[in-house]
Design a protein around this ligand. Structure first.
Ligand code: ATP
Length: 196
């Protein structure tokens, strides 16, 4: 299980591991597929949140939905209630498929790994970690958000230090990305030695 806070470097780490030939099953990819044009989750999202979170072409306005749910705990839980079971269903199908194909191990990249209990599916959990100020700065820069928007998203998750406390391994990402990648390369080699 690969996890961390928003903007802590999960995607960058998952991309690197995938480039090195590892199988990565990413909750964000599944979530986007479910909410892309014609996505399976859209009817239920429209039912729960109304037309206001869709644009004139019927596409989901992620920013509007984000601002709605990250400012209101009940709405966030309602959205999670729609999406999380669908995401988990799709991920479990992919895990089974990897098993059929004799893939020796897979990474589950899940921002809410501990919050959703999906860590129970994992033999090992790696948490990507950085100081919260750096996290805010990266989220603001990457997503062109105000400080308030970034903080609302960060505060909706389990505190990063709690995730790190629960994880089997903590990987720091407040350093040049090459340093994180070098550590990941060693860890991947070691996993292959053990499980490959
Ligand atoms: P989210 O949960 O929002 O999807 P994430 O955990 O997937 O976020 P990334 O998108 O991978 O985070 O990283 C956030 C930003 O930080 C990106 O702009 C990325 O290039 C940068 N970044 C990631 N890892 C590092 C690192 N080790 N050193 C420096 N910058 C990094």
């Amino acid at each position: 299980g690969l996890t961390g806070g928003i903007g802590s470097g999960k995607t960058a780490a998952a991309d690197f591991l995938a480039e090195r030939g590892a199988t990565v099953i990413d909750a964000d990819v599944e979530s986007r597929a479910l909410t892309a044009e014609g996505g399976e989750a859209l009817p239920r999202i429209r039912e729960a949140f109304g037309d206001g979170v869709f644009d004139e072409n019927g596409l989901l306005n992620r920013r509007a939905l984000g601002n709605l749910v990250f400012g209101d705990r009940e709405k966030r839980l309602a959205l999670e209630g729609i999406l999380h079971p669908m995401i988990q269903h799709r991920m479990i199908k992919k895990i089974r498929q990897a098993g059929v194909e004799d893939v020796p191990f897979v990474f589950l990249s899940v921002p809410l790994l501990f919050e959703t209990g999906m860590d129970a599916l994992c033999d090992e959990t790696w948490c990507l970690s950085l100081p919260v100020e750096e996290q805010i700065r990266r989220v603001m820069a990457r997503d062109d958000m105000t400080r308030e928007e970034a903080v609302a998203r960060i505060e909706s998750q389990m505190p990063l230090e709690e995730k790190c406390r629960r994880a089997s391994l903590v990987i720091r990402t407040n350093r040049p990305i090459e340093a994180t990648q070098a550590e990941l390369a060693v860890l991947l080699r070691e996993l292959r030695r053990r499980l490959g």
